[in-house]
Structures are given as C-alpha cells and as structure tokens.
Design a protein around this ligand. Structure first.
Ligand code: ADP
Ligand code: MG
Length: 339
C-alpha cells in the first residue's frame, strides 16, 4: 500500500502542493484529477523519487521511502511521450528494463513473451517500433513499463495524443491489466470522462490540496464545491440570492430566473448561494415553469444538447427548433446548492 503523508512542494517560493495526504491500497486505482498546472506530474515525480518534497513522507507498507532512490523503488511511471527506442524491435524494447535489472536471459525471454501476449501484441515481436502506429507504440510502451513487474503503477496523462476510439480501446485494456495485476495504481488526467472510466476512487486536486475523495458516483452526486461541479462538468452553475422559504424548498433568484432548491440547509433571506442545475433532470412540459428561447441545439449520442437564451444548457430527448420558446419542468433533484 502506498501512503502519502502531508506532502508539501513549492517552486520559486510559490506553493504548488500544500499538504497532500492519501493512501492507495492494493487492487485499487485512484484517479488524480486536476487542471493543467495543478501539480499532478510533480506529485507523481515525488512518489517516483525523482523529486524531493519540502515536507511530508512517501510510505510503502508503512516504511518511509525518503532514503530509497528512484531506481530501487520498483514503481512504474508511464507518460504520454514515453520514449521507446525506435530502431529496436518490440521484443527488445520490452526486454530493456529487465536487462537493466539483470534478470537472466532465459527468464527475460519467457517474461517478454508473456507480457506481449497479455497486451495483445503477438506477431509484432520482431517489428521495429518506428514501423508501428501510434496506438501500437503506446501498447509497446505499456508492455515495457509492466515487464519489470512494478509494485505501484503510475500513469501520467497516458492517452493524451490518441483519438477517441483508440482511447476507449486502451482504457478497456488498461482496466483489464490493472485488475489482473492487483497492484495499486494512480492515474493522472485532466479529462473527467477518462478518470471516471478507469477510477475506483477519484481525487480532485485544486490549489495544492485534495478537495474531494470519493467514488465516481459519489463525486458526481455530491460535488464539494461550485469549482468541483464546474471542473467535473456536472451541469449549469449559477450564483443566486435566497429570497424566502416555500413548502418545496428555498426560492432562489438567479440571473437565469427563479429556482426552488430543497437542500435541507438553513439559509437566510438575502444570502448568496451557488446553484448547480443538472442538465438531464428536466423534461419539456407545456406547464413548465422555466421558459426561454432556444439559442442552439447540438446532436449528441445521449440526446440533444439544448442551449437556451437565458444561458442554461439542458439535455433533451427531442430537439426543439432554434428560436422557438420552450417550457421546461425541472425534477426536484435537478437543483442543488453548493458551497
Ligand atoms: P500538471 O501536471 O498538473 O499540469 P505540473 O506538476 O507539471 O502540473 O506543474 C505544476 C507547476 O509547477 C507548473 O506551473 C510548473 O511551472 C511548475 N514546475 C514544475 N516543475 C518545476 C520545476 N522543476 N521548476 C520550476 N517550476 C516547476
Ligand atoms: Mg502533468
């Protein structure tokens, strides 16, 4: 199990990581989600032993790794422009780390064959890496990372440059590999869809701290803040002012109109609140309270993304016409108030 205790790191006296603590037990994949520049790669480099923190500890099964150099940690770090040797064959690339470790040649042959099979690269053994497609090269890089059987797997935005279909294929493959390996894994991305597709647990990194830690379902249902909801793309965010309490909940006035929020908090009239209005918890209804003209309609696989002139965006099953006035009824669970 990997444990991080209160890690701090700054560059040029600007704090980047300000007290990071979490654990990753065996068999679990944790996704670290944060904006570009939030310190994700720096955190992985600290764990790998390539960078030293100003304070805090990196522990493996309870033992402090401060005095263990990077090459003795047996952690795997995979990143997007993972450098393969273009003039070497697939086999030779995968064997490279094992040769460095001094594994006997006979065992290298067996382990390379094994991993090539595991990662569906059979038939490619003798091909030079330079002759392979981007997706195939990515798989060779993955095989090379896995060959020395690292006890911790780390992925730093591994799918960045690939197209959608290749990404989905590789994500499926990664999920299977992570399940089979049983090693704890940390997967870093700024892409929320990618994180939710692979994570057992999602950690949100913001301003040097982990502001939320939960399963994809928990994080989606209860974002800790307006920033978190915005970053995760959970819906419309509105600043509003509490007007009064009604039998259904608090009446909140926003630039896009009035909303009722049944949040169970105790608010005061005049208090400013952030509202999250979910895009999909809504239906078109002739008596609907929300009225606006349609500004734009975009086809999506899950329905139509409908932008209204009041600035709100919803997902509807049927496409209205641009310019048409529509009326919508929000389900009670559509509106949440957030810190
Ligand atoms: P992320 O991976 O989340 O995009 P990084 O960890 O790469 O973020 O970097 C976060 C910030 O730290 C960047 O703004 C970068 O300028 C700064 N930084 C990273 N490494 C160094 C370094 N070795 N020296 C100075 N600044 C650095
Ligand atoms: Mg990075």
């Amino acid at each position: 199990m990997l444990t991080l205790e209160n890690l701090h790191k700054s560059y040029n006296s600007r704090p980047l990581l300000s007290g990071i603590s979490f654990s990753v037990p065996a068999g679990e994949t944790v996704c670290l989600l944060g904006a570009s520049g939030s310190g994700k790669s720096t955190l992985l480099r600290i764990i790998a032993g390539l960078e030293t923190p100003e304070a805090g500890r990196v522990l493996w099964d309870g033992a402090d790794l401060a005095s263990v150099p990077a090459h003795e940690r047996n952690f795997g770090l995979f990143f997007q422009d993972y450098a393969l040797f273009p003039h070497l064959s697939v086999e030779e690339n995968v064997a490279f780390g094992l040769r460095m470790q001094g594994v006997p040649e006979r065992e290298i042959g067996l382990r390379v064959a094994n991993i090539i099979k595991q990662i569906n690269l059979e038939g490619f053994e003798k091909r030079r890496v330079a002759e392979l497609s981007g997706g195939e090269q990515q798989r060779v890089a993955l095989a090379r990372m896995l060959a020395p059987r690292p006890r911790l797997l780390m992925f730093d935005e591994p799918l960045g440059a690939l197209d959608r279909v290749l990404k989905d294929d590789l994500l499926d493959e990664l999920r299977r590999i992570l399940r089979e390996s049983g090693a704890p894994a940390i997967y870093v991305t700024h892409d929320q869809a990618e994180a939710f597709a692979i994570a057992d647990r999602v950690l949100l990194l913001h301003e040097g701290r982990v502001i939320q830690d939960g399963s994809p379902a928990e994080v989606t249902a209860n974002p800790v803040s307006a920033w978190a909801a915005h970053f995760l793309g959970l819906g419309n965010l509105l600043e509003g002012e509490v007007r009064m309490v009604t039998p259904e909940g608090w009446l909140v006035l926003t630039p896009a109109g009035e909303f009722i929020v049944g949040c169970g908090h105790s608010h005061r009239a005049g208090e400013k609140v952030n509202l999250l209005v979910r895009r999909e918890r809504v239906r078109a209804a002739p008596e609907g309270r929300l009225r606006s003209r349609v500004a734009d309609v975009v086809f999506q696989q899950s329905g139509f993304r409908v932008s209204l002139e009041n600035g709100l965006v919803f997902r509807l099953d049927e496409a209205p016409k641009v310019g048409e006035e529509i009326r919508l009824e929000l389900f009670p669970s559509a509106v949440q108030c957030l810190p």
